[in-house]
Design a protein around this ligand. Structure first.
Ligand SMILES: Nc1ncnc2c1ncn2[C@@H]1O[C@H](COP(=O)(O)OP(=O)(O)O)[C@@H](O)[C@H]1O
Ligand SMILES: N[C@@H](CCC(=O)OP(=O)(O)O)C(=O)O
Length: 373
């Protein structure tokens, strides 16, 4: 990935931090937010699929509640987040509505993304929203988690989201031009790193965990997020949201911010990530036709091509697909529990709804969640 390739990328996760959205604490800056939304609409008009990860709930909640300093008690932080989240989603919804676009609120925790079934649920919801032209606006579910709010880690959530939906690019907009070789708040001579391979060891040491008054995690969590995003082949751009028209500039390949380049191509990275990620919980036996198209073209595994199964797997578990000779063809994340899968074996996908009373996906394993050997 180089800067010129950015204008060919299709799926972007854009993360906006508290420091930026709230001008270091003075409540949501709606006028600025309107500008980022306008930029995002411009990207969308060029065919980019957008997923927003937005912080700012605590800061906006503090403003609404008239609190001058960030509380230290967790329940107060959580209360502020709950109040502020209303303002946050209202702001995005009303700004995108000016361009005739809908937004959707998604509140997630890191746990949701390590739980296999919830991972698939989150993934298919976000995919469906994107297919319908809706812009998902994701934040942490601060009511039910405490670690994230304490350590302030929407950078990690953004990276997990990039992994989840296989984003080409993760843009982290913050209040600095990008990653400097030391914290520019402390060192006026700090130099901007324009581009680096994400695996470079020294970039972690450059990034300090000290953020601004409201941002949490500083640059360190951003660099770690870039490393995490790279596992699914996603490139990360860390750039200043204060730079006018920054998103279209980045899309055009202009030289702003820091580009952190993944070491692997997206497909290879994603497959490695899937393969190395999970324990195998069961087996699907494919008929000859299914084994052939899965092997040759990496097609989804449909129930009609599966003759038998074993293992008491659950939706979201990793299962192995073998051919009639018991040779492994592929492995992937299964969309149905084993007892449901048992009922739909050999059946056309159109019958799933009659047999199970609902349909989750027409495939037992979607090709995006499949690693062919
Ligand atoms: N090497 C570095 N380069 C740039 N910024 C750094 C660096 N190390 C620490 N920082 C700090 O990280 C801050 C951005 O992180 P943070 O305040 O958490 O923002 P956000 O709310 O956008 O996540 C910057 O304002 C800066 O003070
Ligand atoms: N989820 C919370 C806190 C997240 C947070 O502070 O993250 P960040 O600004 O990205 O460092 C919020 O919306 O205020």
């Amino acid at each position: 990935m180089d800067r010129l390739a950015l204008s060919k990328s299709r799926r972007w996760v854009i993360k906006l931090g508290s420091a930026l959205l709230t001008n270091d604490g003075s409540g949501l800056n709606q006028a600025e937010l309107a500008k980022w939304v306008a930029q995002m609409v411009a990207l969308r008009n060029q065919g980019v699929e957008l997923i927003i990860v937005s912080s700012g709930a605590v800061a906006e909640g503090m403003q609404r509640l008239g609190w001058k300093t960030r509380p230290t008690a967790l329940h107060e932080l959580q209360a502020a987040a709950a109040v502020g989240q209303m303002g946050l989603v209202q702001a995005y919804e009303s700004e995108f509505a000016k361009s005739g676009l809908h937004t959707a609120q998604i509140l997630m925790t890191h746990d949701d993304l390590s739980n296999r079934a919830r991972y698939l649920n989150a993934r298919s919801t976000i995919q469906t929203l994107v297919e319908h032209g809706v812009i998902p606006v994701i934040n942490e579910n601060d009511t039910v988690v405490t670690d994230e709010i304490r350590f302030g880690d929407n950078d990690t959530l953004a990276a997990l989201t990039a992994n989840l939906i296989g984003a080409d690019v993760l843009v982290i907009l913050t209040d600095q031009q990008g990653l400097y070789d030391s914290n520019p708040r402390e060192n006026p001579d700090a130099q901007l790193i324009k581009q680096a391979q994400v695996s470079r060891k020294d970039i972690e040491a450059m990034a300090s965990p000290e953020g601004g008054a409201l941002g949490r995690g500083g640059m360190y969590t951003k660099v770690m997020a870039a490393k995490r995003a790279a596992r699914s082949g996603t490139a990360t751009l860390i750039a200043s949201g204060r730079e006018p028209n920054i998103l279209p500039k980045l899309y055009a390949g202009e030289d702003y911010g820091t580009l952190l380049i993944p070491d692997l191509e997206p497909m290879t990275a994603r497959k490695q990530w899937l393969a190395g990620h999970l324990q195998v919980r069961g087996q699907l036996v494919l008929d000859e036709g299914a084994a052939k198209v899965v092997r040759a073209h990496g097609k989804s595994v449909l129930p009609v091509g599966v003759t038998a199964l074993s293992g008491q797997f659950k939706r979201g578990d990793m299962v192995v697909c073998v051919d009639q000779q018991q040779l492994e063809v592929a492995r992937g994340l299964v969309n149905y529990d084993w007892d449901e899968a048992q009922q739909i074996l050999r059946q056309p996908s159109t019958k799933i709804v009659d047999i199970l009373g609902y349909v989750d996906d027409e495939a037992l394993i979607h090709r995006d969640n499949l690693v062919v050997l």
